[in-house]
Design a protein around this ligand. Structure first.
Ligand code: ADP
Length: 399
């Protein structure tokens, strides 16, 4: 039976070689292919085709096009056509029965090769991305430290100027206004530099936490106090509800947690129009406390729910942001949420957002969820190792 197919192949090979207008090189390759195909049929072993497939795969796509090398599927199609046209029904059926398993193998083999090559490309890209991420992180850390020195000088000279004016009893309102402007500019710059340093600590998983007894209800009251000025001036309402579990004495880094929650609340203030409402609520779960920060502001597009936690990812047209830090839509460098996320995760917690979408006309609002483990005792490990026992997490940026 095999003999019929081998003979048919010899016949078809001649036809196909006649049809293809190619170089001697291609003819040789095709002859080689058919030689192997016949051996595959004779020995019922499709893997004998592998050396050809390897070689075909190694010839890159441009070369394949240049030499008009047919793909394995094109050859199969030609065999079908010639078999239909030139062979008797019996010979054609026999041939197809014999060669189909070979072509199935060839396709699978090629698919595996293709996958392998894609995986190589992806891992190369991943390495490049990791290197880029590392350079970004190094840049942040170096820039932050380099900016600190001139800023300290500016702050120092500003303070000296103030003293000299006082000593010389010069009380000029204009000069004091200018000094006020300089002070607030350097304060903002210092905040940004500190944020950059925090981000690089988080990126490198070296943010260390100082676990102290902490009551959430007290911490949230402090937050309310912190924001009373913008809340009043922008006619916002900031309500903090008491909830089950807020009275538990937990071991957290109160200062860092304050920073994380304040970053989220500061966004709620920024992205809620004047007269809007912000509520902080929560509940006790089996092993966690969940804090909710709910606003009725402009909301966040569902595509951006994860992106907003990446560093330097402020959403929307930065040029349209207003300049005041807590003004409606006041812009920022996009570090507030990555820092909040880093601090919360260093506590073994999680943060995420829910929002129906971004809509500056109907204000769908956003709800930020913060999940914190209940810790009745201070943890024994350093903070950066806290994550694993509670969640299996991806490293932030471990190089
Ligand atoms: P930024 O410094 O820009 O405020 P953040 O990291 O704090 O950076 O926030 C990232 C982006 O997430 C913001 O630019 C904003 O577009 C969006 N965002 C965060 N919180 C809210 C919120 N409560 N309502 C609407 N958008 C928000």
């Amino acid at each position: 039976m095999d003999q019929i197919s081998v003979e048919s192949i010899t016949l078809i090979q001649g036809e196909i070689l006649g049809d293809i207008e190619g170089s001697e090189n291609i003819d040789r390759k095709i002859e080689g292919f058919f030689g192997l195909l016949k051996r595959c049929i004779e020995f019922s072993d499709p893997t004998l085709l592998n050396p050809f497939l390897d070689e075909w795969w190694q010839t890159n796509e441009v070369e394949r096009k240049e030499y008009s090398l047919p793909s394995v599927n094109q050859i199969l199609l030609s065999i079908f056509n010639v078999a239909n046209r030139d062979l008797s029904a019996e010979m054609a059926n026999q041939l197809l029965r014999d060669i189909l398993p070979i072509f199935i193998h060839a396709n699978q083999y090629e698919q595996a090769k293709y996958l392998e090559s894609q995986i190589k490309i992806i891992s190369k890209t991943q390495v490049a991305l990791q290197q880029l991420e590392k350079s970004k992180s190094d840049f942040i850390s170096i820039a932050a430290h380099e900016l600190k020195t001139p800023l300290t000088l500016l702050e120092g000279y500003g303070a000296m100027l103030r003293e000299i004016l006082e000593q010389k009893k010069i009380f000029d309102e204009h000069i004091f206004l200018l000094l006020e402007g300089m002070d607030s500019g350097s304060r903002r710059l210092r905040e940004i530099i500190n944020d950059m340093i925090d981000v690089s600590l988080i990126d490198n998983q070296i943010l260390s936490l100082n676990f102290q007894p902490t009551w959430l209800y007290q911490l949230l009251e402090k937050i309310k106090f912190e924001f009373q000025k913008p809340v009043l001036s922008r006619n916002l309402s900031l309500e903090i509800n008491r909830f089950s579990g807020d009275e538990i004495l937990n071991f957290y880094d109160g200062e860092r947690l304050f920073q994380a929650i304040a970053n989220v609340v500061s966004n709620a203030v920024k992205y809620t129009p004047d007269g809007g409402k912000i509520t902080i609520d929560g509940r006790k779960l089996a092993e966690f406390i969940e804090i909710l920060i709910i606003d009725n502001g402009i909301g966040i597009d569902t595509h951006d729910h994860e992106k907003i936690f990446d560093k330097f990812e402020p959403i929307g047209e930065v040029a349209y942001h207003s300049s005041g830090k807590l003004k409606y839509k006041g812009g920022g460098p996009g570090l507030g949420l990555p820092i909040a996320k880093g601090i919360i995760e260093a506590h073994g917690g999680r943060i995420w957002v829910e929002s129906e979408g971004y809509d500056e006309a109907n204000f769908p609002g956003s709800t930020f969820h913060i999940l914190l483990p209940i810790r009745l005792e201070p943890p024994s490990q350093p903070s950066s190792n806290l994550y694993e026992p509670l969640f299996t997490r991806k490293p932030l940026n471990k190089m």
